[in-house]
Design a protein around this ligand. Structure first.
Ligand SMILES: Nc1ncnc2c1ncn2[C@@H]1O[C@H](COP(=O)(O)OP(=O)(O)OP(=O)(O)O)[C@@H](O)[C@H]1O
Length: 267
């Protein structure tokens, strides 16, 4: 079988906050077609890892390499978050970051703007081509809302959506930037079992139909074990295991790390 194309390659990533080493020499890869997961107990360094990869922090050490298909490799270290997004890597946040007083549709349109050509001057004078581009943004944003099951709420204020729907809207906004790799930080947090089951399906659809590779941080073990492979496990900043769901379930180091932690599955 042909080797899958490597999209993200992180080598020896280390992030210090003063005397605290939050991420300690972590390496991982995400390949085309994969839904990969990064798990670990609270405070293991997972979100810090995402923040380094997406330009929020400049890591202390290590390399973050993006290998877009058919394009040269890019080193992401130190790039600003908007540059990382432009390169095809989008993310959602653990704490929902929507524009709550804007409509659901407008929130997605903001994501699309990173792919539009009109500069500020042309946007102000709104020439014909800008108006056409805007119409296209409305249409494609609406199509994305359909994909995540939120089309009927297009004109609702984002703040009025139920929690699970707000998380789906965040995913739609990230998809609007046309990524080939999507990082989801605890997408199921705060969701009820019904919403989590729908999210499970949505993530699989994004992977299969949109051909977007996914790396997700998640505490809901049922969701992780259902949909992701490979799974990477962190504890105290270090990667302690990687493998298939079965390998991770059977790994004594992982079992040890989670002892005493109440997982969502137990809850
Ligand atoms: N900006 C920061 N300044 C100082 N310390 C930080 C900062 N961000 C994170 N940390 C620390 O780094 C460690 C890792 O935190 P991080 O949020 O990455 O863990 P996590 O695995 O995502 O945890 P959780 O599952 O609870 O979200 C923690 O000890 C945290 O307090």
């Amino acid at each position: 079988m042909a080797e899958k194309h490597k999209l993200l390659e992180v080598k020896g990533l280390t992030m210090d906050f003063g005397g605290l080493r939050a991420v300690d020499s972590v390496s991982l890869e995400v390949h085309e077609g994969e839904i990969a997961a990064l798990i670990g107990p609270n405070g293991a360094g997972k979100t810090t890892f995402f923040n380094c990869v997406t330009g929020i922090y400049n890591p202390t050490k290590g390399d973050i390499l993006l290998h877009p298909k058919g394009l040269p490799t890019r080193r992401l270290n130190g790039l600003k978050p908007n540059k990382v997004t432009e390169m095809g890597l989008a993310r959602t946040f653990q704490n929902i970051r929507l524009f709550s007083d804007m409509t659901v549709l407008e929130n997605v349109m903001i994501g699309r703007h990173c792919r539009t050509s009109a500069g500020i001057f042309r946007s102000i004078i709104r020439d014909k081509s800008v108006r056409r581009e805007e119409q296209e943004i409305v249409e494609s944003s609406y199509q994305l809302l359909k994909k995540v099951g939120l089309a009927e709420f297009a004109n609702e204020f984002a703040k009025n959506l139920p929690y699970g729907a707000q998380r789906r809207l965040e995913i739609a906004r990230a998809m609007a930037t046309e990524p080939f790799l999507l990082l989801l930080d605890e997408p199921a947090a705060g969701m009820n079992p019904q919403e989590t089951a729908e999210l499970d399906q949505l993530i699989c659809r994004i992977s299969e139909e949109e051909r977007i590779a996914i790396l997700l941080i998640e505490h809901d073990m049922k969701l992780v074990m259902n949909i992701s492979n490979p799974i990477y496990v962190m504890e105290y900043g270090k990667k302690i295991a990687e493998g298939s769901p079965q390998e991770i379930k059977d790994n004594p180091k992982v079992i040890e790390a989670y002892l005493g932690e109440e997982t969502e599955e137990d809850a």
